[in-house]
Design a protein around this ligand. Structure first.
Ligand SMILES: Cc1cc2nc3c(=O)[nH]c(=O)nc-3n(C[C@H](O)[C@H](O)[C@H](O)COP(=O)(O)OP(=O)(O)OC[C@H]3O[C@@H](n4cnc5c(N)ncnc54)[C@H](O)[C@@H]3O)c2cc1C
Length: 277
């Protein structure tokens, strides 16, 4: 499959990328790892007239310990998230979820910022960042702003990013009990997206639970979290995992099967997080 023709420019800095975006307007798109955008272009589901390649914007590739949180540059590859020492020590949930993305080739190309900006509800990192209460730092023509994860994912492949805005950094607070985590991903082959996934950070009354592929956006399992906070058992709380979700049916699973998976995987995730705590 051949994508429609487009103009290409390679930015070498954040300022250059933003200037190019301002010059070319809404028809321009940033290209990070290309693992989501290029397949969409080849299928002609996306047809930007201008691609702004971020691959040489090395200033956005880092994982930094900032004391109470870890700052991750938007251009950081999944592979580097998996192997960052500070994440292994302080936020192992994020490293573990990144390790389930696609295959090694995809993890060497794809970026954490690209995954967040693409906002696929079936992707592993958006829901994980939601469970971790991350903050997204966005730079645009009007300056820099910070968007909490709860307000970043707006709809199907839609985020709080405005045209011309660049996601530059993701700030992930260090959890009080880093060891209390679990990431459960149910798929058919290792390379596949999740049919359903569950990210849990924390244990007992303080567990935060986010769901993959149970609605048009990643979402928090608020009924489960509230039940746990009120003292419910893991088994009882997990039974509420499908409440407030809007799972779809497709060739991989029916809505009812996804709801069943959400309950089962949530119970497993809560049990594993509690055992690790
Ligand atoms: C075969 C295959 C299997 C996969 N399996 C999985 C999987 O199991 N789990 C999973 O989570 N993902 C999976 N992916 C997707 C992969 O994780 C991608 O890396 C990710 O979704 C997009 O990151 P990217 O850097 O490649 O972004 P790109 O494809 O370059 O960009 C995606 C979108 O984000 C925008 N964008 C990128 N960076 C920025 C930025 N800094 N600021 C603003 N906008 C930006 C682009 O304009 C574009 O609209 C798979 C992909 C493939 C091809």
């Amino acid at each position: 499959m051949i994508p429609p023709s487009f103009t290409y420019a390679r930015a070498t800095s954040v300022d250059e990328a933003l200037a190019l975006a301002a010059e070319h307007g809404e028809d321009a798109k940033f290209l990070a790892g290309g693992q989501s955008l290029l397949p969409l272009m080849k299928l002609r589901f996306a047809a930007p007239s201008m691609l702004i390649d971020l691959g040489r914007v090395t200033e956005l590739s880092y994982v930094r310990d900032e004391g109470t949180y870890v700052a991750i540059g938007a251009l950081t590859r999944h592979h580097d998230v998996v192997h960052a020492e500070v994440l292994a020590a302080d936020i192992p949930l994020l490293a573990a979820a990144a390790e389930t993305v696609g295959d090694p080739q995809i993890r060497h190309r794809g970026t954490i910022g690209g995954s967040a900006a693409h906002a696929d509800a079936a992707a592993d990192l958006p829901a994980t960042l939601l469970a971790l209460d991350a903050t997204f730092v966005v730079k645009g023509p009007d300056g820099t702003r910070s968007v909490p994860a709860a307000e970043f994912f707006k709809g199907i492949f839609e985020t709080a990013l405005e045209p011309g805005e660049l996601l530059t950094e993701i700030q992930v607070p260090k959890p009080a009990s880093p060891a209390a985590w679990s990431y459960q991903k149910f798929n058919k082959r290792a390379i596949d997206f999740a049919i359903v996934g569950v990210a849990v950070q924390g244990a007992g009354r303080h567990a935060r639970v986010a769901l993959v592929n149970m609605a048009s956006t990643p979402l928090r399992a608020t009924a489960v979290e509230t039940a746990l906070a009120d003292g419910a058992s893991v088994a009882d709380a997990a039974q509420l995992a499908a409440e407030g979700t809007h799972a779809g049916s497709d060739i991989h699973a029916s809505k009812a099967y996804r709801e069943h998976l959400a309950r089962v995987l949530t119970r497993r995730a809560l049990e594993e997080a509690a055992a690790r705590a």
